[in-house]
Design a protein around this ligand. Sequence first.
Ligand SMILES: Cc1cc2nc3c(=O)[nH]c(=O)nc-3n(C[C@H](O)[C@H](O)[C@H](O)COP(=O)(O)OP(=O)(O)OC[C@H]3O[C@@H](n4cnc5c(N)ncnc54)[C@H](O)[C@@H]3O)c2cc1C
Length: 421
Amino acid sequence: MTINPETIRRGTQPVDFINAESLLSEEEREARDRVRAFVDREVIPAAAEYWDQAQFPFDLLPGLAETGVIGGSFGEEYGCGGWSEVAYGLGIAEVARGSGSLSTFLHVQSGLAMAAINALGSEDQKQKWLPPMARCEKIGCFGLTEPDAGSDPGALSTTAVEKDGGYVLNGEKKWIGNGSFADVAVIWARTEDNKISCFLVEGDNPGYDAQVLPRKGSQRAAWQTHITLKDCHLPAEAHLPEAKGLGSTLSVLTHSRYGVAWDGLGQAADCYETALSYAKEREQFGQPIASFQLVQAKLVRMVNEISLSQLLSIHIGRMKEAGNLDPATVSMCKMNNVAKAREIAALARDVLGGNGILLDYRVMEHMADIEGVYSYEGTNDVNTLIVGQAITGHRAFSPRPPKNPEPEKDGHAERAEERAE
Ligand SMILES: Cc1cc2nc3c(=O)[nH]c(=O)nc-3n(C[C@H](O)[C@H](O)[C@H](O)COP(=O)(O)OP(=O)(O)OC[C@H]3O[C@@H](n4cnc5c(N)ncnc54)[C@H](O)[C@@H]3O)c2cc1C
């Protein structure tokens, strides 16, 4: 019997073995269900084709914005949802369930670009950018990583030199999501006093160029770019006034990392639901494969890890709402959820047998997309070191002191001490 990949999820309830639903408010369920309805209706039927063709799903952006998830937890005074942090996380998980690439777009737009403007911008900058970005009428990107500065953002070498009452930026950024169609690029650069600061570069600036990175095997429906900034002239008001060193960068990353933790949960849930549904339908040796002990062991391993990720995610969401979330705790949650999602996707792929490698069943797409998530927002190793430092007091990022020690270079130490916003 052939199992139709389009009907495989029908009749499968969203995974909730431990009744995590009981930990949510009515408003949180409503927000999640709004995103879920959009994902079921518009994202799931279209996502595999966008991914296969490595096309960005521009058509899905208005619907995504209508759900309210973009900037979901930012203030209503900026045209955003004012959702609880848990509701925002639940929304991200739903988007990730439908497409790991679309959720990466969401992290860049909302978790990074909007978050930087919201946390570090002036009132004018917030009023100008946040409402249209929440509606997806304006798109943002976030340029921190450089060809030679990845896990160590304190080594970035893009420069911002004061000139004619404004700034001139020069440098390169790599891996920047949305860069080729961004209306505004949030760019991190080193100023003449050797401090790291942040600037808003509009996409039509003649000194700004962004080329899409081709031939990716992960995150195919999200576009990352190589940005070149060549004598990029900016007015004084392009500077984000509250961007004061690498600590500011890391506080934005803490917010985004929180969202990425929920991403892992959403992609893992979709893999598990597909595997469970498939195992109930697929028969071998005269029985559904779900009746075999080895298959059950795989499904149980998946639901066990998903349940633990659900509890951890809701808990850190509540801590974030209460304003007492430590960055190391966020690192642990991102590290756990994404590493577990990686294992769960591989188990689900196995449960689907040969069909598991067909894109139509979507598990392979998640499996590939999770590889990108495993490396961004702090690689698994970097988040491990952040937690390691928090529990031991020893900073293990570098076996030797940096060649030119300066307070800002020790960003991860600074980060461990910082409280999340
Ligand atoms: C899909 C995708 C989207 C992205 N989007 C953006 C974006 O929008 N904006 C942006 O600014 N950046 C973005 N990035 C960049 C991302 O943040 C970096 O890839 C990440 O920080 C890792 O840097 P790197 O790739 O240079 O790897 P490296 O830092 O070179 O790391 C390579 C390996 O070395 C390990 N390693 C590094 N340092 C240590 C250490 N001290 N101890 C032990 N192991 C270590 C790492 O864990 C990893 O395994 C994106 C990346 C990807 C893949």
